[in-house]
Write a protein that binds this ligand. Sequence first.
Ligand code: GTR
Length: 327
Amino acid sequence: MKRREVVLGAFALLAGLFAQVSGAKEFMLADVHPPGHLMIQVEERMATRLAETSKGALQIQLRHSGQMGGEGEAWEKVKAGSLDMARVNLAQLAKDMPAVKLLSLPYLFRSREHMWRVLGGDFGKRIRKEAEQNGAVVLTYYDSGTRSFYSSKRSIRSLADFKGLRIRVQDSPVYKDLISQLGATPVVLPYDKVADAFQSGEIDAAENNTPSYVSSGHYKIARYYSLDEHSSVPEVLVISKKTWSSLSEAEQKALEHAASDSSDFMKKLWADSETQSLAKAKKEGAVVVEKSQIAMAGIEGYAVKLYSKYITDSADLETVLAILRVK
Ligand code: GTR
């Protein structure tokens, strides 16, 4: 049987567990991306699938474009149980979860396939456990590609180009250290404040994957994009433990299933979304520097310092080695 048939079969089986209902349970889902970003399309599909499977009993109310605040705020609310669900970058959880600090280290993953296998194995279980200790349940992960630097000032081609730059980062200790190690100044800002910060001169650079560089409009302000691919931290969909424990087993299964189906859907479309975004940025004037044109040897030196800071004991070392050993 083909995978698509298996998936549809599972949805049909789950649907059998739901009776037609009059009142529905609604889950508020926060995301910072605007409509049009692949992530939002994927979440809309998840909402539709969930509503169909549950015969209308389970509904997702999607709040896109940061309507519920920045990602840090959304994560805090999920932990506290005052927001049902959030889709955030896993880096947002680094402050609270030691496993995520290790996962955020540069150059940890050899490839996207390697990353997915790590998330599906023991390390994935550890992340789930740490999330639960914080009051959240991990429903699924999504592709986020690799992140690269962009600047409004100049192309970054070597370590020397970082000197004096003020670079926006997500609120993660690893990202802040990464920028300092490169000789620049980290500026922590929520995603929706980045464009204004470029305009006002508060920052000279930021970093992100190509779909976000383009859908946010940053490519129009910070035209120099250097594909150094310094990190690949996936996106995560979390639900508050409070909401999760109020659901029946059938409801939990339907939600898990819709989430994992949406992640599979994203996996198929991600590469195209990267290619199309990069083509758009180039066509509209972004100056793109390929990885082969960047003096990576100098830049990669910072990774060594980060590894020695974040691998604090033999257990951390064993964890990182286990990640590297995953085939
Ligand atoms: C995007 C990511 C968001 C958020 C944003 C940021 O690529 O999808 O979840 O992390 O980057 O830089 O704040």
